[in-house]
Design a protein around this ligand. Sequence first.
Ligand code: T6T
Length: 327
Amino acid sequence: MKNISKIGVVAALAAVLSTGVASAQEDQITIGFLPGVVDPFYQVMEIGVEAAVADLGFKLVTQIPPTWGVEVQTPILDAMVARGDIDYLVIAPTDKDQMVGPLLLALETGIKVITVDTFLGDGDYINGPVTFPISYIGSDNVEGGRISARGLAKAIGGTGKVYINSTNPNVSSVEGRAIGFNEVMDNEFPDIEVIGLDFNLDDMNTAVQQTAATLERVPDLVGVFGTNVFSAQGAGTAVVNAGLGGVVSVVAYDATQFAIEQLREGVVSLVLAQKPFDMGYMAVQFAAADAKGVTSLPRRVQTGFAIIDIENVDDPEVARFIYQVPN
Ligand code: T6T
């Protein structure tokens, strides 16, 4: 996969911003926003989308699936397409292969696609099997998995058994996190054993049960990697319920208030904050740029992380990336 230079991104955004006041043509642009599920991560992304839409004077149609999955997201997508007024769709595909077909149908009706947070195919929109989206704007999740592994390894002193709780197969984001995590554990920490991975289907209660079962089955477990909001919250809850807070260390992907509380309590040792506001805001800016005729938009933008631990959690420059959502 190609890395996009910062210069490329800045040039593209400058092209948008230099247009000044939104033109009449831009005013007519309607953005469809279809994230993966209701959760704090996508709520912050929605705030970013709304901010950019307001700044550019666009229209916005948002539909948020109540649960994760192709079977839920596809009919919502079809209904958005059937409206006939969406120009650009900002979507987090819930499966890297199965959402290709439904999105191609949307494309055929003239809707241009920008993927955020998750990608289609292998995410290489230049040379990969899927090239029709304008761009993928999101985290480098393999790298996020590597960061998580090093954080967990440090917390457990570089030795012992650890476990991964994740959401679904074939989702680029969480799949990448597990790949990066396993890669680092295999290559850098010979005394750490990854004993397995469970899929909780994006359900926190399932994550609690799975982690509790693993804690019983593997009494010498010392660490858990929760690959997203629900996985990490479920893992942390199970560890606390078992009275193992501070004994079994949890690394939490996604900076929810819950994860931060557990960091302060010593249950979680590291929280990886993604930048969902940036993903949402930039996706709408990319739509604006494309509509203006910009042809050199980066096909992939990595939005980066804030790595939060007990030492820096109160530093405003770090704390600003904790997901703040309206109650
Ligand atoms: O971790 C995020 C997102 O990046 C992932 O694709 C799905 O789960 C979350 O939305 C958190 O619940």
